[in-house]
Design a protein. Structure first.
Length: 227
């Protein structure tokens, strides 16, 4: 029962906050249908929007379950030492790609709804892209994607949350959650799509739910392995 409780620690708050975000999203779609018009590949904007929401939820719930199950039981490390983490990374990457593609497809389906000039689209997109690209460069140059996908859960004894900070990480510890979130808004700006901007906001808020309900509590769990 202790393992089960540890896996679901703070996930009651996860469900509550997710329910509030879904209710807010549904309210906006109901009250302001004019901002959710259009279609792409014969699929409506609102359908793409909910596909994007589903991709985000599946991604974060999958990550939480796999990483916490591994942290508490070490099942993948013990039984599938060579392919367990690789299989997780493949699933993680595919779900992340699905999440990003859904956001882009919403923007394409819902394009040119906002009255934003081409100049302003380019200017705002550049303002968002510069720090976002600096973050990507910092991750690729100094770290690796696997570090931010949860590699420490598979080896908590040697994990270190106080990793050396290079690039953009010298200036903000939570760069993935703060600077990384800026990239979510670029498709909505480029295509002048309110639906894409709303989906980006949902994703932005929802990754913070993961941070407070999963990542922060897991720091305490990892400390048990380093004592």
């Amino acid at each position: 029962m202790t393992v089960f409780n540890n896996i679901l620690k703070k996930q009651d708050w996860h469900l509550v906050l997710l329910a509030l975000l879904l209710a807010l999203l549904n309210t906006l779609a109901t009250w302001y249908p004019q901002y959710f018009v259009g279609e792409f590949w014969a699929i409506s904007t609102i359908s793409w929007l909910w596909i994007g929401v589903l991709a985000a939820v599946l991604h974060q719930v999958y990550v939480m379950l796999v990483l916490r199950f591994e942290l508490e039981t070490r099942w993948l490390t013990s039984n599938l030492p060579r392919i367990g983490y690789m299989a997780y990374m493949i699933d993680y990457t595919l779900l992340l790609i699905a999440r990003i593609l859904a956001l882009i497809f919403v923007a394409i389906a819902n394009h040119n709804i906002l009255s934003i000039s081409t100049y302003n689209r380019v200017f705002i997109s550049l303002l968002l892209a510069i720090p976002f690209l600096w973050l990507i460069y910092s991750v690729v140059r100094h770290y690796s994607l696997k570090h931010f996908a949860g590699a420490e859960y598979f080896n908590p004894e040697s994990s270190s949350r106080n990793f050396p900070r290079y690039g953009i990480f010298k200036y903000t510890e939570n760069s993935i959650y703060t600077i990384g979130a800026l990239g979510l808004y670029i498709p909505g700006i480029v295509f002048a799509s309110p639906a894409a901007l709303i989906l980006a906001l949902f994703n932005n808020l929802y990754i913070w739910v993961h941070y407070y309900c999963t990542e922060l509590p897991d720091k305490e769990s990892m400390d048990r392995f380093k004592r």
